[in-house]
Design a protein around this ligand. Structure first.
Ligand SMILES: C[S@@+](CC[C@H](N)C(=O)[O-])C[C@H]1O[C@@H](n2cnc3c(N)ncnc32)[C@H](O)[C@@H]1O
Length: 264
């Protein structure tokens, strides 16, 4: 085994370049300082869905800003078109920000866009962001790992995972928290699958909607109930399902328990 370090440093040297910026879960004040710096210097910004409209206020006035978002099967551009736009603007020597929701490395189609840049020898950098997965835990005032209770965290794509049997291997012995993204349309089926794979019917399940946004809201139940009744969505915004013992303290929580909440 050979250790390695990055030998190429990202430099903007008169050539077009792309900064992939993790925008965080939606709220503009969860953007990193480095991400903000690149946005302020950008000549072109290609941005995703799920970011709050207040992001538009921090975009430079003279930048070309294109919405290239995809939500629930409604795609403003295909993945190929987005990659082609990056290459096209970079070949015009533009400084580009590709702004993605949450962290670019989690279900962000980063690999496809990187491949297009590498193929065309376009310099790039990746700036991490706060993922909605961890932002949700912060909002629920809980921890995804918990000493002696939850030693692992797995992140599943609820959109396709039901058809992929391999993703459920070993679930009967899983001692941790499962975060399911893009799964709010299949809550009953996901709860049923988890129980079929050996997860206890008494395991807590939470739905966190609009994490970090204005209409943030949480609902909790247990798997056996979710299998029969689902968890009704309260908003039309995005949601994450959390499953595991680490969130048991959220069961039966009411609004009046939420005494420590500080909202900007
Ligand atoms: C394509 S994935 C992108 C995830 C993103 N890269 C991240 O790290 O948060 C989109 C899914 O993330 C979840 N999501 C993203 N932002 C969210 C938010 N503010 N509230 C709840 N769920 C969110 C939803 O499950 C949504 O369908």
């Amino acid at each position: 085994m050979k250790p390695w370090v990055k030998t190429e440093t990202f430099t903007k040297s008169g050539r077009g370049s792309v900064s992939f910026v993790g925008g965080g879960p939606g709220s503009v004040d969860l953007l990193t300082i480095r991400g903000l710096d690149r946005i302020q210097k950008a000549e072109v910004i290609l941005y995703d869905a799920l970011l709050d409209s207040s992001f538009l206020e921090i975009f430079p006035h003279d930048a070309i800003c294109l919405y290239v978002g995809k939500r629930s099967g409604q795609h403003s551009r295909t993945q190929e078109e987005i990659s082609a736009l990056l290459v096209e603007y970079a070949s015009e020597n533009k400084t580009i920000v590709r702004l993605k929701g949450g962290d670019p490395s989690i279900f962000g189609r980063l690999a496809e866009e990187l491949e297009a840049l590498k193929k065309n020898e376009i310099p790039f950098e990746i700036i991490p962001g706060v993922s909605s997965v961890t932002a949700g835990a912060a909002s629920m005032e809980t921890s995804l790992t918990l000493r002696g209770v939850s030693r692992q965290v797995i992140i599943l794509d609820g959109h396709t995972v039901l058809e992929d049997d391999k993703s459920w291997a070993g679930m009967e012995n899983f001692q941790g928290t499962i975060a399911i993204l893009m799964g709010t349309g299949k809550i009953r089926e996901l709860a049923e699958k988890l129980m079929d794979k050996g997860v206890s019917p008494n395991t807590p399940m939470a739905l966190a909607e609009n994490i970090s946004g204005k209409n943030e809201i949480f609902s909790t139940t247990i798997l056996s109930d979710a299998k029969i009744n689902g968890i009704p969505k309260t908003t039309t915004g995005p949601g994450i399902l959390y499953v595991g013992e680490a969130i048991r303290n959220l069961l039966n929580r009411t609004n009046s328990d939420h005494i420590t909440a500080v909202k900007p």
